[in-house]
Design a protein around this ligand. Sequence first.
Ligand code: KE4
Length: 429
Amino acid sequence: MNHSISKELFAQAQKLIPGGVNSPVRAFKAVGGNPIFIKKAKGAYIYDEDNNQYIELINSWGPMILGHANEMIAEAMQKTLENSWSFGAPTRREVEMAELITQMMPSIEKVRLVNSGTEACLSAVRVARGYTQREKIIKFSGCYHGHADSFLIAAGSGAITFGTPDSLGVTQGVANDTLIANYNDLASVQTLVDANQNQIAAIIIEPVAGNMGLVLPEKDFLQGLRNICDKNGIVLIFDEVMTGFRLAKGGVQERLGIKADLTTLGKIIGGGLPVGAYGGKADIMNCVAPAGKVYQAGTLSGNPLAMSAGLAMLNYLNNTPEVYQNLENIGEKLTQGIKKINEKMGLNYTLNSIGSMFTLFFTDKKVFDFESALACDLDLFGKYFQSMLKKGVYLAPSQFESLFLSIALSQENIDHILHAHEASLKEIL
Ligand code: KE4
């Protein structure tokens, strides 16, 4: 495959943009080589600037669940453009969006729209602090809630990828208020709660973790957190930026039947445009200005163009429940196919999956938390990534990311991915 135009663009980008990218994980640093620059995409395919075609398993890190350039979403945006697309004033669409979110995710009684998952998570933590008048939060090592200071401690996603789980620039003062527990380890949470009686405002967690690679909650873990929060007056925040509207209409909360006090959303909610949201119990959300004294604002919050894309997306998902069975089937076929090939080759790599999310870990150990995820062979993962890319399969360029499937993936695409998988393993081992 020729990548000369991507190479040229990357060289130019590096002169003007830190690391040549607008988000670290895109830089391919963890897998070597230069990033490919995408020119266009349609359905299950993306095309780079050198006109190489790939089957896409990132889907913009989750949003493009219906595949790329979905006509229905494009049409909704076209219509909006005719009537201008930003006012900085309340619009009908924001009310429709709030109605849809609260209907699809019933634990959300009131919701505020923002522009990213980061903004949703930082705002939810601020509201929890304002509501409880407490200062500390508990997060879990390997979980990623965006790049707000409070979260860049033992953070997942790009932070692990670049070995900077604790970013420079985060003050000790901020770090002191973020306590770190271990995923799937209730005792580590209880220890922190006991040692910080009446000081913990919130526990924030990815109820299905996607930022250390995919890690699933073990039985009773989430219920255990729910119980600890109820007993200690702590706000339970489910970060469903990745899982919301993907793992079920109502996200993990619907799938596993555990309600959060606050939920954060992003990615799919914007249909590919910048939208985030946070919401939950009305008595907590009524603390948010101008109803209450917790300030949070945004020039482009509820932006009409973004709302039109997000509404088209959510209305489709809400009115087409068979999409979720379709996604389960695609996920099942692909992950079972990979497991069968691994077995045939006598390989015992760990594959964690749920619905349309999965991660193949290059370790034969169980991966159930940050530590066990770090035990993977990152060098081997890098070789696998590059080999799959050459075979026209575009994976997340980091072992510490989940893959996100779209309904655009055909049986032919799945067969291609499985052939490429087998050929790549033969090549690198
Ligand atoms: P954004 O600010 O990137 O929209 O959302 C932050 C965020 C919050 N919570 C969860 C569970 C998330 O996964 C994310 C962002 N996910 C990463 C992928 N691991 C975005 C990709 C990137 O950083 O470029």
